[in-house]
Write a protein that binds this ligand. Structure first.
Ligand code: HEC
Length: 446
């Protein structure tokens, strides 16, 4: 059943082609060379009838199994059935000489039904306006007056409506989930809550969207119209900033939204160096793990390491060990630890580091300049440290910096121009809105 249903999109082309041929023959002029063709109209119509019948049959099976909003399928369904019946009537009438006068009328009716059914079907598979789609989607968002907009109603809801309601709305609730009203969204689906205000990485609603297209759990399913970059960013921002259903766009979200809409993407960070070093000493790696660090290869088969000191208490010992595997250590997450200026000397020996996260630590402007030794650094997260622009300005050695996060520090927008001249290639984030979390900022502790 399901297999036959899936053949529907293929099978429908058969009656379309056959029936259009019948219509064409009907309208060919009464001239000699064409006249004989008219005799074949009847047989063509019979063929068309059986083709239409199989299209209807497979269509009904697809309705049973497919992910369609039954409401919107109805019209297509009735139109397809009407088409089949008219084909039958036409085929029969074509054999009755006395009905000659209505041949042309029937052919026009048939043509209209073929076109309508086909278009309705196309809309089901490819979405409303599929002829002119993608460009219009983002244009619609761009037309919202952000200053007046309600974040959920004007920005989020239209996205869900366009891309999710068919399977998660009034008609169908795939995964026992409805997304067509706040109370349903909050309730979640069969796997529980799908929205955790302020936490994008815990919100299934966005996680599923971010899964690779090849993943079975990816939303919307592969064959359906996908979210645009802009739509994804809007959903992320909404969830990250509290997933409120009532509030208007707040002034501190405006900047981020405008950035999303003008589609300024940060320069991609070349996060993994080329080549592959020798494997790190497994004894050292083990000792690091014993101290509470999470040590993982940055990619499958790579000897480069991503280290997260998440549960480490003995910071000095961990840094000593890290120095022993500094050839391999390219990403280091050392946020939320009692890291002091006195630790930075050792940390600065990890000269292969490309990414360093030392948010919410005890470092100060005085110690910061030691990080100048990290010449490979492309990403530096200093969020929520008690530091000033003067301290960061000392980091003139970081020529490769692409991303600098100084949100929640004493650095303000006024400092940005000066910093930008020191780090001309870096995107400097001073906050005011939600700090984007890179996927790689989150480490799963298994
Ligand atoms: C063509 C149908 C279809 C569309 C469109 C669709 N989904 Fe789904 N969705 C499904 C199916 C089927 C499941 C159940 C899969 C499963 O059980 O793992 C599901 C499950 C989910 C779940 C998990 C629910 C739970 O608790 O298990 C989430 C979250 C979700 N979808 C989000 C979305 C979002 C967001 C959109 C729109 C951007 C969307 N889906 C569009 C078919 C769809």
């Amino acid at each position: 059943m399901e297999f036959i249903g899936r053949l529907h999109p293929l099978l429908v082309h058969l009656p379309i082609g056959i029936l259009l041929l019948a219509v064409l023959f009907e309208w060919l002029p009464f001239r000699k060379p064409y006249k004989s063709l008219r005799r074949s109209i009847r047989i063509i119509l019979w063929l068309g009838f059986f083709a239409a019948l199989s299209a209807v049959g497979s269509g009904l099976m697809l309705m049973e199994n497919g992910d369609y909003d039954l409401q919107s399928v109805r019209l297509h369904q009735y139109s397809g059935i009407a088409l089949t019946v008219i084909t039958l009537v036409y085929a029969w009438a074509r054999g009755q000489k006395r009905l000659k006068k209505i041949y042309k009328f029937l052919s026009v009716l048939l043509l209209a039904l073929v076109t309508t059914t086909g278009h309705l079907g196309g809309t089901l598979t490819h979405g409303e306006n599929f002829l002119f789609a993608s460009a219009s989607q983002d244009a619609a968002v761009a037309q919202v007056d952000l200053q007046q907009a309600n974040f959920y109603a004007d920005l989020v809801k239209p996205i869900l409506e366009n891309k999710c309601y068919t399977c998660h709305g009034a008609g169908k609730q795939k995964g026992k989930l409805r997304l067509d009203a706040p109370e349903h969204i909050v309730k979640g689906g069969k796997g529980g809550v799908v929205l955790v205000a302020g936490k994008t990485d815990e919100s299934e609603l966005i996680n599923r969207v971010l899964l690779p297209l090849s993943d079975d759990d990816h939303m919307p399913p592969k064959a359906k119209s996908q979210l645009t970059e802009i739509e994804i960013e809007i959903l992320k921002l909404w969830i990250a900033s509290g997933a409120d259903f009532e509030k208007s766009v707040e002034s501190n979200q405006l900047g981020a939204l405008q950035k999303i809409l003008t589609n300024k993407k940060p320069e991609p960070v070349a996060e993994i160096p080329e080549g592959n070093p020798n494997a790190a000493n497994p004894i050292v790696v083990n000792e690091l793990k014993q101290l509470g660090a999470v040590v993982l290869p940055v990619a499958n088969g790579s000897h480069y390491l991503s280290v997260n000191l998440v549960n480490v208490v003995a910071i000095d010992s961990a840094l000593d060990l890290l120095v022993k595997v500094k050839q391999q250590t390219v990403w280091l997450k050392a946020g939320d630890l009692a890291i002091k200026d006195s630790h930075l000397g050792k940390l600065a020996q990890l000269n292969q580091l490309i990414k360093l996260n030392v948010e919410r630590t005890a470092i100060t402007d005085t110690g910061l300049s030691q990080l100048n030794a990290l010449t490979q650094l492309q990403y530096l997260n200093l969020n929520q440290n008690n530091i000033l622009a003067t301290g960061v300005k000392e980091l003139t050695g970081l020529k490769n910096l692409r991303s600098l996060f100084v949100f929640g520090t004493n650095i303000t927008a006024d400092d940005v121009p000066a910093l930008q001249s020191i780090f001309p290639n870096a995107k400097i984030e001073i906050g005011n809105y939600v700090v984007p979390t890179l996927e790689t900022d989150t480490t799963l502790v298994k």
